[in-house]
Design a binder for this molecule. Structure first.
Ligand code: 5RP
Length: 224
């Protein structure tokens, strides 16, 4: 996979106004972003509750973009089928949320979705090395998950760089995604470290001009 040349911008609807989600979803496609990031929180794995597969199924007809579902959910293996049939194109689960990680990633692929694995800031890359061969996406959480609008933890850049190194040396084919505190100031360092997918919530939805905001982020990939 060619790194960064095809940078992907994935606005997170966690930052949207839930009273007019349809409109905000359309604004993501109109902005030039390629993916929609859907943060599912269960109030157990993270101290917040967001939404479930019914909302994703409801939103699906209103966007042609890739639905990138991020399950911040304990024992996600219980719900993979529901999130796949709701219209997810990619499903990411947390290493810390299951003892059956390899099997869950296989399950995700068997349902026709891209498989994603994520780690919270305290988990080192070494914890997921055994599943990199069956991962289409590795999502580096650059904040403690649960809430939008936090500041990026700078040391997470080293984690991105380590993943990029492993991909190169071992010949893996996953995309490196980064989630948490991504904005016009922090995105450059993330891309320089090796990120291919920029998840952006509060900064996207507060941008006065979403098209320019996305264009600026996309230009970081081309500048490499
Ligand atoms: O997963 C998340 C929080 O757990 C959000 O996707 C992430 O924090 C993006 O929001 P922001 O860009 O506002 O940091």
């Amino acid at each position: 996979m060619t790194k960064n040349e095809d940078l992907i911008i994935a606005p997170s609807i966690l930052g949207a106004d839930f009273s007019h989600l349809e409109e905000d979803l359309v604004s993501i496609a109109d902005s030039g972003a390629q993916w929609v990031h859907l943060d599912v929180m269960d109030g157990h794995f993270v101290p917040n509750i967001s939404f479930g597969w019914d909302l994703i199924r409801t939103l699906r007809p209103f966007s042609p973009l890739t639905f990138d579902t991020h399950l911040m959910v304990s024992q996600p293996e219980r719900f993979i089928e529901q999130f796949a049939s709701a219209g997810s194109n990619a499903i990411t689960v947390h290493h810390e949320a299951t003892v059956h990680l390899y099997r869950v990633l296989q399950q995700i692929r068997s349902l026709g979705c891209k498989s994603g694995v994520s780690v919270v800031p305290s988990t080192p890359v070494s914890a997921i090395e055994h599943v990199l061969e069956i991962s289409d996406i590795v999502l580096v959480m650059s904040v403690n998950p649960g809430f939008g609008g936090q500041q990026m933890i700078p040391s997470m850049l080293q984690k991105i760089a380590r993943l990029a190194e492993l991909r190169e040396t071992e010949g893996y084919d996953f995309l490196i995604s980064v989630d948490g505190g991504i904005n016009a100031k922090t995105a450059g360092d993330a891309v320089d470290s090796g990120a291919d997918v920029l998840v952006t919530g509060s900064s996207f939805f507060s941008a006065p001009d979403k098209i320019s905001y996305v264009a600026d982020l996309l230009s970081l990939g081309r500048a490499r």
